[in-house]
Design a protein around this ligand. Sequence first.
Ligand SMILES: [Zn+2]
Length: 343
Amino acid sequence: MESKVIKMNLMLIVISVLIMLNGEIINAKLPRLKQKTKEDGSLSLLVVGDWGRNGDYNQSLVASQMGIVGEKMDVDFIISTGDNFYDDGLTGVHDPAFEDSFTNIYTAPSLQKRWFTVLGNHDYRGDVLAHLSPVLRKRDSRWVSFRSYIVNADIVDFFFVDTTPFQDKYFVETKHTYDWRGVIPRQRYLSNLLKEVDEALKKSTAKWKFVIGHHTMMSAGHHGNTIELVAQLLPILETNNNIDDEYISQENRVDLYINGHDHCLEHISSSHSSLQFLTSGGGSKSWRGDVQQWNEDELKLYYDGQGFMSMQVTQTELEVMFFDIFGNILHKWTSAKPDHYSS
Ligand SMILES: [Zn+2]
């Protein structure tokens, strides 16, 4: 009898751990992590995407420039917008690509902070469970990888969204195989995720709200707009953006959608809302000259070379900058929030 009870308890513990590790398994809430601000309440960070190529295609040059800018800004953490390991993700938890493309590349002291990552389509071509495994955090304590999650940093809530399962083409193409463990059944996975993101955005009381995914929402680059995200995720961001409810103040609007996937640096300012689309996908190989026509009033930056993005955030101000591998500032954009929105 006693051993039966112990067995039952053990089973409950295993189930709880599974829920914690894979939030989507039984419709559990998105994992939430805490991030401290600086003592003055501000935050600074870098954003890089599409990078893991053993240092090749200028990945190492981007990394050293990130180290220099990161030190000047005293960054609190780094965001990776995905496609972390080319071409086919990680082969397992002991894949040397983890050191060759991450640990041994981003070596600057200023980059020894947490790296909040999302999965890209190339990461889904490897062992996804290895990419998400806590074993990687033992190999490099900076590494943070979940499918979708929230980072609460006082003045900013960061919503990381797993965008690869949205795109239809990965489910029909035969050229590559994708690791859909934890995603199938797909429709349930996507509808749960959209519901969770919508609810979390509505509940968020942070001054700023940034949503991060791998895939483009709006882009003049190679991949262009991702129609599935425009149809399914964008309305949620814009609903929460334009919300006019006395109980949910204007503070709840989404300010930025940040992505990689297109190998460029790009800023599109929506003409429909205050939402800004920022692409930081210049972490290694870039696609020179691969750009489509776009409304000039909306396209604030398109740079088809390597580089990364920085952000500085206070209660009332946001400053975004894009850097090339030489440390030149390619574009700077600032936004302010009036004090009367503060609670
Ligand atoms: Zn991609």
